[in-house]
Write a protein that binds this ligand. Structure first.
Ligand SMILES: C[S@@+](CC[C@H](N)C(=O)[O-])C[C@H]1O[C@@H](n2cnc3c(N)ncnc32)[C@H](O)[C@@H]1O
Length: 277
């Protein structure tokens, strides 16, 4: 329908001869077909069993075990308590999701001198990966501030940090915006990475969906997923991981680790172009 309208508009507006109508038709059809088909597929999706087999052999796992009674490898909220524990028991146990370490390893493998964590909150990953620099958004005077540097990501922040971070991650911190801005959120994140650097971005779809409810309220889960995959396709990066986890329950299953997870290698320097895409 969009194709048809656009094509008609081109024909009427520019009073094209018949041969050029056909060219305009072909162009618009191909363009929109490309957009429609261009849904980013999963790449190197997290596999709990496979990751666990490897991770339990690491020193990092031993250190984590000393600090936390339960380490979870599956979906953080659905993993344990339905089978072995009541919710109250589960909440009383210090359980810690190690899922992020699967993605962080892509960054640590690059051996950069520092790795920045945007919206670090508790800044807990620094305890296990000491060269992390946490950028905390909380009030530095509050008891909930654990950042090494204080910072809040907004348009100014993005502009001042173009091609800035040699290694960057952000887990469930940049998603407090409407879902329609998803592509822009990802582009801004990428624009802050230095060329040839790695970045890990995790977002919780629910936080964005609830800020754009009117636009998306009639979308089925499949349509939402297609929207997400479409918006995140063709970004100027080489995806090392691309993963959308909207099942079994996308509303719940993401408050800790996010249900949109991207590990990107920024292969080109396109600078602040991101802000206008
Ligand atoms: C769900 S917590 C996640 C904390 C941490 N990344 C983690 O995984 O444990 C969300 C964090 O995002 C931070 N945040 C919210 N909006 C932000 C923004 N615009 N820029 C940077 N951080 C932000 C909050 O201060 C909070 O610490």
């Amino acid at each position: 329908m969009i194709t048809l309208c656009l094509c008609l508009a081109i024909q009427v507006d520019f009073r094209l001869p018949r041969s050029q109508w056909i060219l305009a038709w072909l162009f618009t059809t191909t363009f929109y077909q490309h957009k429609a088909n261009n849904m980013q597929p999963d790449i190197n999706r997290y596999n709990p069993e496979k990751f666990k087999n490897y991770f339990v052999t690491t020193e990092l796992y031993k250190k984590l075990q000393e600090d936390h009674k339960i380490l979870t490898f599956g979906h953080a909220l659905l993993d344990i308590y339905p089978t072995d524990m009541t919710t109250r028991q589960w909440m009383a146990h210090g359980n810690f999701s190690v899922i992020a370490f699967y993605y962080l390893e892509f960054l640590t493998n690059q051996n950069t001198s520092v790795i920045y964590d945007l919206g670090c909150g508790w800044n807990i990953f620094k305890k296990y990966i000491p060269n992390i620099i946490g950028i905390g958004e909380e009030n530095p005077k509050s008891q909930y501030y654990f950042g090494d540097i204080h910072g809040r990501v907004d348009q100014n922040y993005v502009q001042q940090h173009q091609n800035y971070f040699e290694s960057l991650f952000s887990i469930n911190a940049l998603h407090f915006r409407p879902l329609r801005e998803l592509r822009q959120i990802a582009l801004e994140f990428i624009s802050m990475m230095k060329p040839d650097s790695y970045g890990f971005l995790a977002l919780n779809l629910s936080r964005m969906y609830e800020r754009d409810y009117e636009k998306f309220k009639n979308y089925s889960q499949e349509e939402i997923e297609n929207f997400v995959r479409g918006e995140l396709s063709d970004l100027p990066v080489d995806y090392k991981v691309f993963e959308i986890n909207l099942t079994p329950t996308w509303q719940v299953d993401s408050v800790v680790d996010g249900n949109i997870r991207l590990v990107c290698h920024k292969t080109v320097n396109y600078g602040s172009l991101a802000l206008t895409l």
